[in-house]
Write a protein that binds this ligand. Structure first.
Ligand code: NI
Ligand code: MN
Length: 224
């Protein structure tokens, strides 16, 4: 599987299908043509260009209803549920965060915020969404054994680096990729320090990506 960070919380997973998660792309260039879009919650920095993309979209019930009203083929689900879409397995996990759909200056309830465990071609990726640290991340490890964890570290709106260090241990993935930092001044962090602190104290590897940069990950590439 090819995993690419497009900036902020947006990742593409390219394998037998192309999955795009949280398509808000700060620098603006969409490098892939997704088959499936997955949205963790309704905040604009996650919903992004979901409506314009017009692809099959996996989202929590309330967001899926909104998307369906815009003519998007939505796949509704909710926390704790799993679905398989075109051979790709999605499990919706809890996230400790809020959610709000905004449209033309108005806003309305967007359901709750979530994360995803996504399995494609034998590789399992956990995208935490926007979240605080919560101890049930250990259940995600026990139940789904993710190979890769995508964790927010920006602070202010999500957990910061200290909490994300604990999250990395709870989730237990061998590879952690930090996200949701440095997009704008309020969430600036020293990502090198985060990487060093985890790698000094655990066997977990942290891969810091630049927007647009991808890695191959999966059974055949030994976690790289
Ligand atoms: Ni958010
Ligand atoms: Mn966010």
């Amino acid at each position: 599987m090819r995993l690419t960070w497009l900036g902020h919380a947006c990742f593409s997973l390219e394998g037998s299908r192309t999955v795009l998660i949280d398509p808000f792309i700060p620098e603006g260039s969409l490098l892939v043509e997704p088959d499936i879009v997955a949205v963790t919650h309704a905040h604009a920095d996650h919903l992004g260009m979901t409506v314009q993309l017009k692809k099959k979209t996996v989202a929590i019930n309330e967001v899926a209803k909104y998307l369906a009203s815009k003519g998007i083929p939505a796949e509704p689900m909710n926390i704790g549920g799993s679905i398989t879409v075109d051979g790709v397995r999605f499990t919706m996990t809890p996230a400790l965060h809020s959610s709000w759909l905004e449209e033309e200056g108005m806003g309305f309830y967007g359901g709750t915020a979530a994360g995803f465990v996504i399995t494609m071609d034998g590789t399992t990726v956990y995208h935490a969404g926007d979240t605080a640290l919560f101890s049930d991340m250990q259940l995600i490890r026990d139940l789904y054994r993710p190979d890769v964890a995508l964790l927010p570290i920006g602070g202010r709106y999500t957990m910061g680096p200290e909490e994300a260090m604990v999250a990395a241990r709870y989730v237990g993935a061998q590879l952690v990729i930090p996200m949701h930092y440095d997009t704008f001044p309020a969430i600036e962090q020293d990502v090198r320090k985060f990487k060093q602190a985890i790698e000094r104290t655990t066997s977990i590897r942290v891969r810091v990506l630049s927007p647009g940069e991808g890695i191959d990950t999966g059974p055949e590439s030994a976690g790289e």
